[in-house]
Ligand binder design. Sequence first.
Ligand SMILES: [Zn+2]
Length: 466
Amino acid sequence: MSISFYNTLTRKTEEFIPMNEGEVRMYSCGPTVYDYFHIGNARSFVMSDIVRRYFEFRGYRVTYVMNITDIDDKIIKRANEQGVPSSEIAETYTEAFLHDSARFGIRPADVFPRATETMDEIIAHIQGLIEKGAAYNVNGDVFFRVSAFKEYGKLSRKNIEELEVGARIEADTRKENPVDFALWKSAKPGEPSWDSPWGKGRPGWHMECSVMSQKFLGETFDIHAGGNDLIFPHHENEIAQSEALTEKTFARYWMHFGFLNIDNEKMSKSLGNFFTAREIVEKFPAEVIRFYYLQTHYRSPLNFTHEGLDAAKTGLQKLQGLYDALREASGGTGPFDVKHFEQRFITAMDDDFNTPAGFGVLFEMVREANSILHGSGGMEEGSREALIDFLRRSCIGLFGILREESGGGATGELVGGLMDLLIGIRADARKEKQYALSDRIRDGLKELGVVLEDSRDGTKWKLSNE
Ligand SMILES: [Zn+2]
């Protein structure tokens, strides 16, 4: 069995066949760091992370690259508004992005290339396009010659003639054709700039992504992902610039994530229904938000409501309840066939990462497992352990929605591991009669709000405010 998913390029659900067996090379468009990211962006980042993790769950090795656009019109505008250098804005919001992503339980990419650190490669790429006749320089601005790339429009299925008519309205007279787009923008006074063969300037956004992806994944790679709104012009232009130079397929599969609406309305600052990821994660645990996102298929629009989040919280408690009960249970004789559910779960997820169908299977499993676990015979140990293992792999390793002990979310596993390590060191210290050390561990943890409870069965820990 293999994973199939919808490829925007072909408009078909296709079986995924990687370039190199057992390996996935994936690029996802990251943030332009001029502000905090909002809950719509967060949905794309979470879903992209889930796709990556699901490949790992299925045994693939994944190289996951997400760019950070740290030089762009929006960053410069924000810097000018605040009267600070654009590098300061970029730094502030890069840090905020990494921090908020971590709070959302999104695993860091293997590489986070930054546009400003990829300048040499960007300039070389543009130079190559000029040499091939696919780009031209007009007094320090370099444009892509769309007519040089015959397949332009193949991703968005847009028709060049229609685009030309539309573009003529705001035509830039320096362009040969109104649909041509900027690869390099000459520096205006007071703007950050880099030296280039065409004078001082900076790259266009589309160009940055083409180069950052190929730098770390090669000229051709497996999957390019991003929000629906990026299909045109961003991804269309990425394809044109990349393939016009290399004459090879750029990304083999294109994935796009659906929009997020608030109470059935488009989220916008002017409507007053705009939420940053940072605001929402203050009000709801990240696990609940992730679970909420995952209940909608990644390609469908998601209608974000507070009631929906509350319902997600209740649903998630059922999964957490089973997970906790399994680990507290002992004895028992009833068998439980976890493999059967795991197989069905995989079948659901293999079909275009269908998380709602995957949860359908998981909740059926929760009901059945609960009836055995809380029934008169209880659940026998081997089944319990297999079920705990599956829940760990699916709901912690893959989805990041269950909590280990009191650790919390995606970091829960780590916290649990660290606590086991500390408890083990303390037990050794006591055996060796090093009471100063064992007391130091206990008292230090107490200061952090962690209480150790010793019993004949060993030492357990809990948070003192629970
Ligand atoms: Zn991009």
